[in-house]
Design a protein around this ligand. Sequence first.
Ligand code: UDP
Length: 328
Amino acid sequence: MDEQPRQPPSAAPARRPFRVLVTGGAGFIGSHLCRRLLAQGHEVLAVDNFYSSARSNVLDLLGEPRFELIRHDVTFPLYVETDQIYHLACPASPVFYQRDPVQTTKTCVHGSINMLGLAKRLGARILLTSTSEVYGDPVVHPQSESYWGNVNPIGIRSCYDEGKRCAETLFFDYYRQHRLPIKVARIFNTYGPNMLPNDGRVVSSFIVQALAGEPLTVYGDGTQTRSFCYIDDMVDGLIALMNSAPEVTGPINLGNPAEFTMLELARKVLAITGGHSPIEYRPLPSDDPARRRPDISRAVEVLGWKPAVELDDGLRPTVEYFRRHLAG
Ligand code: UDP
């Protein structure tokens, strides 16, 4: 069949269905995003180097004619045709991003340059999944997008924090210098099925420990807080941002503002798993933010988006996922 000529997305909203590139498409958030985009009728090209992701996350999609998976590292250029780019690729859990910190910075910086170059050549819309880590250990609470953050430039989290801050800089310079249609999302802690059991994140770690009857490892005194967003809500937010009006660039916080201490989370996980594991206190890693909660008023106002899934309701399917995953 002949291809129809395509409208450049920068000129007008692209017609549906789109061809969509998802970097990090086999990762935790990427795999859910690919599934949702396919369900919406789009063609999806997932790119992943499987550094902190799993083919099994998208195994069921491989027979789908509108889905394609390429093994590729975004620190190298990529030449494909696409209408929209969701640029997710980057190890995102502290355990993974600190394992090879130089590569993490390269992924943030070179990866963004490569994807921005691709978007520029195609005139494609490009969305960066940045992070609440750009706020560092925040002295402003909750964090709104106007806050510039409190980031250690030379610490063990800096490869990711500063890497993502530089990625944001690149996105906004391509926007100002080349009029590229960009979108920047700042993602706060997100959880759900398809997280890796060994990624060291607090939700996956507590669940895996509780299911195995092992002690729950609480770092520090467990009074530090995080705000946890269920994956389905996050995917809704990302798609809403990508398809927002051209003048909406972000940055826009995406996350669930309900805030919990790590001890509260541990108690919830034990209640939902029915586990009786004790709490084991471990030293707090350096630069671990004491508090984190998104101010999402901009997302509510501009995107009409807010999360719908409460922590207990999201933890249940996540626990079920790990129960199945660990049994199989
Ligand atoms: N944490 C914990 N026990 C764990 C893993 C993490 O108490 O086994 C704490 C960690 O110190 C941090 C919070 O949980 O304060 C969230 O950690 P995570 O690695 O999930 O994400 P972060 O928000 O730090 O990037």
